[in-house]
Design a protein around this ligand. Sequence first.
Ligand code: SF4
Length: 461
Amino acid sequence: MCGIIGISDHPEAAKIAYLGLYALQHRGEEAAGIATFDGKDIHLIKDRGLVFDVFKEEELSSLVGRVAVAHTRYSTTGSSSKKNCQPFLVTHRSRGVAVAHNGNLTNTEELYRKLEEEGSIFQTSMDSEVIVHLLAKAPNGDYKKWFTNVLSQLKGAYSVIFMVQDMLVGARDPQGFRPLVLGRLGEGYILASESCALDLTRAEFVREIEPGEVVLIKGGKLESFFLPGSPSGKRSQCIFENIYFARPDSNIFNDNIYHVRKRLGARLAVESPVPGADLVMPIPDSGVYAALGYAQQTGLPYEIGMVRNHYIGRTFIQPTQFLRDFRVRVKLNPIADVIRGKNVILVEDSIVRGTTSRSRVREVRKAGARSIHLRITCPPIVHPCFYGIDFPSEEELIAYGKTVKEVADFIEVDSLSYLSLEGMLSVMKDGKAFCDACFTGKYPVDVPANKSKYLLEGGVC
Ligand code: SF4
């Protein structure tokens, strides 16, 4: 998780970055930051909070320059302090470098140890800081060699944007876990986690950055090269971006997320119909498009039986269980007139710990549903993610070691069905191009040596 943006060669780079961050707010609500370069100095504002809270008009005007890099951050327990906010800024051989990173490295500890032995002093607990230190250590040379040297040492998931003085550098790891798109913005360019940020800034979508590709952008010119071994032809794009995380108005991984989710819902309807059901309703907002696909496939009425209070942040990305529970209760209000006496098919994207789903189901039951049939647009999540999505340890995942019936009993539904792995992959444009390790345990890149420490401290971005 985390959203990143880079702007090159635009007179109002900071303002464009600011607007783009709004489009990427769903990728992280913990902190936001923008750094710009004015031809001489780097300017930086970053803090904890939503984009709206962090930047005020006056401050934004102080971010002068034609180049900007920006970040909106997700964090887990223990890593949400201000010093961990991005972009990170370093001065290297009298050049200012700012970095914004999305994803999680899997060899952080190894690199950390090596760098510490070589004298590096770390300020934060972020794996992104490791990248900065590697940059500082890289031998002098041209930029292509410089970034090849640094990025080749990283393992795991990273979509990353660097601002090196007036040059913008974007890169995606060789497996392409996290998205990164390129757009044209007047004479310049924009890089962003998702294409919805391009729409909001009126940029023209050019293409996605390819797995293992690095782009150097300066003075309206773009140079591209691939890291050694790339393109390998083997992608491991995070399928959870398609299921839940990315915005439905984004085009990433060569597909449109709205349509992907509708296809997931339609396939689920074929695999898991509910005889005697009266209506299909989503758990807002994440289940909305899949429920539409399910309803259209079955011909059942599609009803919005719960209204979301949009003034409360997303629950999934709040760090503590207490906040998660509180926000579930406060944010969704069932419409009893729609639900009362009905056999309801509830469509949701996924179940992680199960407690959020259970709270929602209880609310629907209280509103008078005769029966509740929960349909999930992915298989049971039974393994943690080491590539940047905040799934907890196996023991905390409700589906781990349980039958579907046991999970249904925990969530208090009359029936529960998950979409099959084959069904989920079959509706993707290229099912072989995705990571599905949280369902299968088949990790495409070696997981961290010290798994439990990683899960305890949490993925940071
Ligand atoms: S393990 Fe799951 S959440 Fe993590 S990158 Fe793979 S598909 Fe995405």
